[in-house]
Design a binder for this molecule. Sequence first.
Ligand SMILES: C[S@@+](CC[C@H](N)C(=O)[O-])C[C@H]1O[C@@H](n2cnc3c(N)ncnc32)[C@H](O)[C@@H]1O
Length: 280
Amino acid sequence: MLSYRHSFHAGNFADVLKHTVQSLIIESLQQKPTPFVYVDTHSAAGRYNLSDSKSEKTGEYKQGIARLWHRNDIPELMRPYLSTVQALNPTDKLQYYPGSPMVAKTLIGHHNRMELTELHPTDIELLRQEFSGDRKVRIQQIDGYKGLKATLPPAQRRALVLIDPPYELKTEHDDAINGIVASHKRFATGIYALWYPMVSRAQVNRFCEKFAKQGIRNILRIELCVKADTNEFGMTGSGMIIVNPPWKLEQQMQQLLPWLTEQLKQDDSAKFTLEWLVPE
Ligand SMILES: C[S@@+](CC[C@H](N)C(=O)[O-])C[C@H]1O[C@@H](n2cnc3c(N)ncnc32)[C@H](O)[C@@H]1O
């Protein structure tokens, strides 16, 4: 079952948090001259046209990237991420939004490799078109966790692995934890960044508690909720669980989260969490 299409959600408040964190991690990796590999287990399409009927139907980007992309008063730490959006939108109209593979590509340049996996038949074709002819990018239509088995440990010995499942299936929280535990056994020094939706507080609590008990250390949790938790259906926020975060990330997010929460809030209950799920 592959009904999820990211084009309905591209550029929403959850993408803003995810791609901001992704950009800061890549910027940290770039500080050293040694190469690294960027691995995206759930890549989706790579780029989204915000004028198409799917984006317009939900209008989610209006509560996300549209609130930020054109502003002059943004914190310096937002610049890497926003530069990837501005690169696709050279005029004053917000037309395109970069997915995680495109955010990565814009920031890592041409000397680092990218390993992209995606299962959806339409999105994999869009992804292939986007990176056609780029020999530094390998794209495979396989299960992202199977891809990790083949890719890790990477020859470069440095990697960011972004895991961004659609959480359509009941097993996907456990699949993500198991995928990271198995990868960490083969490659303990990699950076693993897992996105999760905040739909049910009880479920997020169970998920985080389970993650913390896996014997992996050095795990940072970043969460931004744009409105109050509810028992009704719908996403009220999202979070990232980062294994082996760059040492500056906690301090960077401490600086950014109050500002981001203020910009993205949908009611006065908006809040953020920044905590060590497991310390070093
Ligand atoms: C939330 S979207 C990814 C968005 C993308 N990472 C971004 O930030 O632009 C999730 C994608 O995962 C794909 N998918 C679902 N299960 C998968 C699996 N087991 N392996 C690889 N891709 C999968 C879906 O088709 C969907 O396109």
